[in-house]
Design a protein around this ligand. Structure first.
Ligand code: FAD
Length: 404
């Protein structure tokens, strides 16, 4: 089969910044910086990151060098001081180039926001200022095999021992696992049963009695290094506790969930945007010998592209709407925030799947960019909070019921 020069996966496209005309000036400039790194470093590395399941150190270092490590760190601590909208648009920009890098960076930003929410002077000096200087990478270690998708129900226990807490438990799928400088770990106090209140602590990478599981070999998101983390009697200074013991219902709804959901939704929309751009490029250039028409000339295919474009644009609008409501502290924000990640996941899977069909055999060949996008997008439905849980919670919240 002849391969046109534009075969999906063969050529990159400049990353279009659709809808960025609406962004406030300072944020538009941050997006330009992210776009520069995405184009110069992250995009060119993406195929290798995926093929070799390589943690994207090169791209993450480039983002830090560009001054983007402290995206969600308050300005008075040297950060850029952006909130949910900033996280949404930057992760989308990065997700267009490489979903794994966007997710690793996104989890770092979520971790930073969680640390910043009630930071003590120690947290500020030890974590937030170094993060803002691009010298420290953090991440979230919440979910566990016992409670699976219910990431807010940790079974990892913490016992007080003088000036320290002793942690016993195991986290599954820790993005940036084994590479980050610190981990925001959720635990419950030893006397609490499942469903009891829990707490978050920052665990440093060199803490004794922390062990890492096998390297991550996923279907997609292959650069994530989403490894299991065994905490086998790990002693963590009591001063590393975030907020008060049992503060976490506040943390989950005010910080963890909004930032986590926004970072993931942005990443998946970036994946969908690249899939659509790639396949449209292919359709413009793939010409049949018998008709002289390109795929883009065929009515029914134009119609299908139109449907994908509408789906993507609606999801992007919902995400940015939700993020802005969250940044404003609006009472109605939670429903939109819960919905935006479920919706972005549906869109990413639908768009990448359909783009694969529109790209024909060219797209289906092993390891085309569209194939990578499809595999990366599939993580959206299983990463907590999962699409099923979020869709139910959106309904419950809209009905005025407790989420769970
Ligand atoms: C690539 C990747 C990166 C990750 N990174 C991180 C990370 O950085 N930090 C972190 O803490 N975790 C991370 N996770 C873990 C993730 O957030 C989920 O906790 C994990 O994927 C859940 O997997 P499970 O097999 O335990 O799901 P299960 O709990 O077994 O669920 C399986 C399916 O059943 C559905 N389900 C389960 N219970 C219900 C219910 N009551 N109602 C409706 N549906 C239900 C779920 O929605 C899901 O679709 C990552 C996971 C992946 C795949």
């Amino acid at each position: 089969m002849d391969r046109p020069a534009s075969e999906p996966g063969f050529t990159g496209r400049p990353y279009n910044r659709v809808m960025d005309e609406y962004l406030p000036g300072p944020l538009a400039r941050v997006v330009e910086r992210a776009d520069r790194v995405a184009t110069s470093t992250i995009g060119p590395d993406a195929e290798r990151v995926d093929r070799e399941a390589l943690w994207p150190e090169h791209g993450l270092r480039a983002l830090a060098a560009e001054g983007l490590g402290g995206l969600t760190v308050p300005a008075h601590l040297g950060g850029l001081g952006h909130g949910l909208l900033g996280l949404a648009v930057v992760t989308e920009t990065l997700g267009r180039a490489c979903a794994s890098t966007a997710m690793c960076y996104g989890m770092h930003c979520v971790g930073a926001a969680v640390i910043a929410a009630k930071a003590t002077p120690l947290h500020q000096e030890r974590y937030l200022r170094p993060i803002a200087r691009g010298e420290h990478l953090t991440t979230l270690a919440l979910s566990e095999s016992g409670t699976g998708a219910h990431f807010f129900l940790p079974q990892t226990r913490m016992d007080r021992d003088g000036d320290a807490f002793v942690l016993q438990g195991q986290k599954q799928f820790v993005t940036n696992g084994g590479h980050a400088d610190s981990y925001v770990v959720s635990t419950c106090a030893a006397e609490d049963a499942i469903g009891g209140e829990f707490s978050c602590l920052v665990v440093d990478n060199d803490t004794p009695a922390v062990q890492w599981g096998q390297p991550w070999q996923g279907l997609g998101m292959r650069g994530n290094s989403s490894r299991s983390m065994l905490l086998d009697g790990a002693h963590v200074p009591a001063a590393h506790l975030l907020g008060e013991e049992g503060d976490q219902v506040w943390y989950v709804f005010e910080v963890v969930a909004p930032y986590f959901l926004t970072a993931m939704a942005g990443t998946y929309l970036g994946v969908a945007a690249t899939a659509l751009e790639q396949v449209m490029q292919h359709m413009r250039e793939r010409r049949h010998a018998h008709s002289g028409q390109t795929l883009a000339d065929v009515d029914v295919l134009q119609h299908r592209v139109g449907q994908l474009w509408m789906k993507l644009e609606k999801s992007r609008l919902l995400l940015r709407h939700a993020a802005q409501l969250g940044d404003m502290g609006a009472a109605t924000a939670l429903t939109a925030i819960l919905a935006c990640k479920a919706d972005a996941g549906e869109t990413a899977v639908a768009v990448t799947n359909e783009a694969m069909t529109l790209g024909g055999g060219m797209a289906y060949r092993e390891n085309s960019t569209l194939a990578r996008c499809l595999r990366d997008a599939r993580a959206a439905h299983v990463m907590s909070p999962t699409t099923d849980l979020l869709t139910t919670w959106t309904g419950r919240n809209a009905l005025g019921l407790a989420l769970f």
